[in-house]
Design a protein around this ligand. Structure first.
Ligand SMILES: Cc1ncc(COP(=O)(O)O)c(C=O)c1O
Length: 483
């Protein structure tokens, strides 16, 4: 019914606060209240007023009182009455005083760079809209009524079951649905783990010397001190773990430098956790996207009691979906659920069911396979184009993931970023990811999100990047890690 009288009646009934015995009687009070509502903008131009009878019933006045008040306000020009469309607030009865607002501006993105190579998002134009819609429709059709209730903080059983099967098959994760907790993504999972009471994780937390600043800030805001672990060509130096009780790693694909954690270090970190009664928090943010070999499985499979495994759909589908999962050692399940609250307040239950259907129907696997091929082709184009047009630039971290790291000579990162900005190319420098207190030597480089543009925009973005780099200076030394 759009702006039906029902809406208006509710607003008027609730907002007018008539004084039945006010000066001049009820008719005058109603006129004053309506006039004030129009003048102040509470009733916007065009708003349809309720029929006499309903407003009279709502306010406990006679029908004629309302009819008279409307007639008076029509005569004054505040309202209009037209056959068939009822009584409405007149268009010219705009509020007398409006708060000055700053002019509407085009969103920043519209004025943004022409070539978006910022890491962080998959190709937004490839979101599997049709498959998601089909899953959503099926999920909605089959959902029992209890789905529309407040929800269980553990997440829908359908999704926890689908994930248990999928993660075992695709990522080597060993679990059962009771240990899976649905959340809104990795960032949410971190908040839950370090919330008071949560999984009971206490700082300091060891993290990789290069990582996402946003996650470090989030941890700092939760009162967690992070300690930087150096990186080398085999990944994080887990032999440097000290008195910490927990370590956060990206073992399948170090973020952002790009190599997998060496097999020996995977077992070493699990041994460390066993010996210390500690925990590995495993961020498996893009584990499905490995191009040249079989995917590196999750470390969680080595010891499900010593690893908290976290994944999300942010790289496989879109960060807009806000769905993720934690696979927990049994002793941490209750604490995390308590931190999440009594009801599902984070992850839409309908989206959870939709994702469960997407996975169970095989559409999720098909999408990931399709995107893997597409990103591999883009990665190949990037490597070939740079070999051809900027051969002095070393491309690393390209065996997996949605971004590459281009090594630059020391001291040149800033000027190359400035040149990129001048060409309308948006990307990050490697230094943006460096832990502020690491003693690891700074390495200059670029982090290129080659998955970010749509298919049709990728060629032009690559071309612009090559233009920037073809004039960049001489080759770098080997970096802290490569893939
Ligand atoms: C290192 C890393 N971890 C995790 C994520 C996923 O974060 P979220 O699930 O909160 O979107 C990302 C970004 O997608 C990331 O870059």
């Amino acid at each position: 019914m759009g702006d039906s009288w029902v809406d208006s009646a509710e607003r008027i009934g609730a907002d007018l606060h008539l004084e039945p015995a006010g000066p001049g009687g009820r008719r005058a009070a109603l006129i004053r209240a309506l006039r004030e509502a129009v003048r102040s903008g509470r009733l916007a131009p065009g708003t349809r007023l309720p029929p006499y009878r309903s407003l009279a019933a709502d306010l406990g006045v006679a029908r004629n009182t309302v009819a008279d008040a409307y007639a008076e306000l029509v005569a004054e020009g505040w309202l209009t009455a037209r056959q068939g469309s009822g009584t409405r607030v007149a268009d010219r009865a705009a509020p007398l005083r409006r708060t000055e607002r700053s002019p509407v501006r085009a969103p920043a993105r519209a004025r943004g760079p022409r070539h978006d190579l910022l890491q962080g998002t998959p190709d937004a134009s490839s979101f599997p809209r049709a498959a998601w819609l089909a899953s959503y429709r099926r999920a909605l059709q089959q959902a029992p009524n209890e789905v529309f209730g407040p929800g269980d903080p553990a997440g829908r059983p359908e999704l926890r079951e689908a994930l248990t099967e999928y993660l075992a098959r695709a990522r080597g994760v060993r679990t059962e649905p009771g240990r899976v907790v649905i959340c809104s993504g990795f960032a949410h999972a971190l908040r839950l783990l370090f919330a008071p009471g949560g999984a009971g994780l206490r700082g300091p937390l060891a993290v990789e010397a290069y990582g996402l600043g946003f996650h470090r800030e989030l941890l700092a805001a939760a009162g967690v001190r992070t300690v930087a672990l150096p990186l080398d060509e085999d990944g994080a130096r887990v032999d440097r773990l000290g008195r910490e009780r927990a370590v956060l790693l990206t073992p399948a694909h170090q973020f952002p430098t790009g190599g997998p954690l060496h097999a020996g270090r995977r077992t070493a970190v699990v041994d460390w956790a066993r010996a210390r009664g500690g925990l590995l928090v495993e961020d498996d943010y893009d584990g499905e996207f490995r191009y040249d070999r079989r995917p590196v499985g999750a470390v969680q499979g080595l010891d499900p009691d010593r690893v908290i495994y976290i994944g999300s759909v942010s790289k496989s589908l879109s960060p807009a979906v806000r769905l993720g999962w934690m696979v927990l050692p049994e002793r941490h399940v209750d604490g995390v659920l308590a931190a999440k609250g009594e009801r599902e307040a984070w992850a839409s239950v309908l989206d959870q069911l939709s994702l469960a259907d997407l996975i169970a129907s095989g559409a999720y696997d098909r999408h990931v396979r399709r995107m893997r091929q597409r990103y591999r082709a883009r990665r190949d184009r990037l490597v070939e184009a740079l070999a051809d047009r900027a051969p002095h630039v070393e491309v690393t971290g390209v065996a997996a993931g949605l971004h590459a790291v281009l090594r630059l000579p020391p001291g040149t990162e800033r000027s190359v970023l400035e040149a990129a900005a001048a060409q309308g190319v948006a990307l990050d420098g490697l230094s943006a990811f460096r832990h502020p207190s690491t003693d690891l030597a700074a390495h200059d480089g670029l982090v290129v999100g080659y998955a970010t543009p749509s298919e049709h925009a990728y060629g032009a973005a690559l071309d612009a990047l090559c233009r920037v780099l073809s004039s960049a200076p001489a080759p770098p030394r080997p970096g802290p890690a490569s893939g």
